[in-house]
Write a protein that binds this ligand. Structure first.
Ligand code: SAH
Ligand code: SF4
Ligand code: F3S
Length: 435
């Protein structure tokens, strides 16, 4: 039998990356082979993101590109998976006549049967059931084909926080924590195949709770696995940290001293309007608590500028919070109105004003990022090496703070942790030699 070929494109967050790997394993199970050549597929899968308007627009413009490429060829089966699928459901068909199957992020385990029935009846279909339990039940039987030195493991999905701007509670559904034993099984499989670093994923990963196993307790169990050398987790909400988890940063050497802790805004008024349920000082106090446990811990964050109601004073509150905390890395966006979220009814900040505020904020954040990277020069960093660069001339790894580090050396092996003397830095990367 001629093996069929599929191409998968991933948009959005790390959880989508994790899902795309699982979708690939599912496709292998029905004799589809993954390819990297965009013009030779029998099946296209777009694993999509709905977080901002631009993210969704990109999905549709990329569908247009595929349509063009295949104009004079046999049309591939087109699967639209992920958060756009969940949010737009059958509306997807109205927006694009090219899509055949729409499947949500908690239903993609049904993809093999959806594809099979499309092959036999050529009927378009939509599957958006929120069946997280069923999904992980099917996924656990798959042979995992992709183990990287640093591997993602989804432990928690969905969100009950309902920040007023955010689509995630609607696209991923309510909070769900996976069985901790199944997580440990998955990690053992990964480490058997060479994984050294585990990055635990969840939309609200610090809210993980499986019976009496909290995130702190889960990390303690993972740290006991000999071949796990490093542990990280993302993304956390500032309200879900207990003292046990905070203390773990000081106690558990495998837990890396870097935390993504989105704050969104430094203004109490805006935090309230966003329904973040914490104040500016709650956030700053939390940062202090972490620093008490682990003095060199670094923070990254997400910011939204121009949320409805944001005045210049609110913006300055954000600027001042950034100056106070000093972030090693950050992501910032202009507020984007999303259909179905409560903030859509509020009157928007003028886009020129938002643009100016974003530039000011990013100027400061980038400056902090460069300063942080420069502070590593002439110091030793502990680097877990992952792979050679494409031209084979350098080796790529990450230091304890997750910053990419490049060295010119060919004797290093993927998976090794080495002390690296940092010689140079730019905004995104560090460069060094074996110490
Ligand atoms: N669970 C995480 C974030 C998930 S979304 C948390 O609680 O922070 C990732 C980031 O996208 C958010 O932190 C936010 O900064 C940004 N984002 C979400 N909705 C947005 C919107 N409507 N407009 C602009 N940015 C948005
Ligand atoms: Fe979205 Fe807020 Fe939930 Fe994060 S905590 S996923 S920003 S609703
Ligand atoms: Fe995007 Fe969905 Fe992730 S909306 S950010 S892909 S959870």
């Amino acid at each position: 039998m001629n093996q069929k070929k599929f191409y998968i494109k991933t948009f959005g967050c790390q959880m989508n990356e994790y899902d795309s790997n699982k979708i690939s394993d599912l496709m292998n199970s029905i004799a589809y082979q993954k390819i990297d050549k965009i013009d030779e597929a029998d099946c296209f899968i777009f694993n999509t993101c709905h977080i901002r308007e631009k993210a969704t627009q990109k999905v549709y413009s990329d569908i247009g590109k595929i349509k063009k490429i295949y104009k004079n060829k046999k049309k591939p089966i087109f699967v639209l998976a992920g958060c756009v699928a969940q949010a737009e459901s059958s509306m997807v068909f109205e927006k694009s006549d090219y899509v055949d199957i729409v499947v949500g992020p908690q239903a993609y385990h049904k993809l093999p049967s959806l594809i099979k029935s499309f092959q036999s009846n050529r009927q378009r279909s939509v599957e958006t059931e929120l069946d997280v339990d069923g999904k992980f039940d099917v996924l656990k039987n798959l042979k995992n084909t992709k183990s990287k030195i640093s591997s993602f493991v989804t432990i928690q999905e969905g969100c009950d926080k309902f920040c007023k701007f955010c689509v995630v509670p609607y696209t991923r559904g309510p909070e769900f924590s996976r069985d901790h034993n199944k997580i440990l099984d998955e990690i053992l499989l990964l480490t058997d195949n060479g994984t050294k670093e585990i990055v635990l994923l969840g939309q609200n990963v610090s809210a993980y709770k499986n019976n009496d196993i909290s995130l702190a307790k889960l990390i303690k169990k993972i740290a006991k696995i000999n071949n796990v050398k490093r542990i990280r987790f993302t993304t956390s909400h500032p309200n879900d940290f207990d003292q046990e988890l905070i203390s773990l940063f000081g106690e558990e050497p495998k837990l890396m001293p870097q935390l993504h802790l989105p704050v969104q805004s430094g203004s109490d008024k805006i935090l309230k309007l966003m329904n973040r349920n914490h104040t500016r000082s709650d956030y700053l106090n939390l940062i202090e608590k972490f620093r008490k446990e682990k003095s060199d811990i670094q923070f990254s964050s997400d910011f939204i500028v121009g949320f409805p109601g944001e005045t210049n004073e609110d913006h300055l509150d954000t600027i001042n919070l950034v100056k106070e905390v000093k972030f090693s890395l950050s992501y910032s966006f202009i507020y984007s109105q999303r259909p179905g979220t409560p903030a859509t009814n509020l009157s928007e900040v003028d886009n020129n004003i938002s643009q100016k505020r974003l530039e000011e904020l990013q100027g400061l954040l980038f400056k902090q990022q460069i300063e942080f990277n420069h502070s590593m020069i002439n110091h030793e960093n502990s680097v877990l090496f992952e792979n050679k660069t494409q031209n084979e001339e350098q080796f790529f790894g990450r230091n304890q703070y997750m910053t990419p580090v490049f060295i010119k050396n060919t004797v290093i092996k993927a998976g090794e942790i080495k002390k690296i003397f940092i010689e140079n830095a730019n905004r995104n990367n560090l460069f060094g030699r074996i110490a």
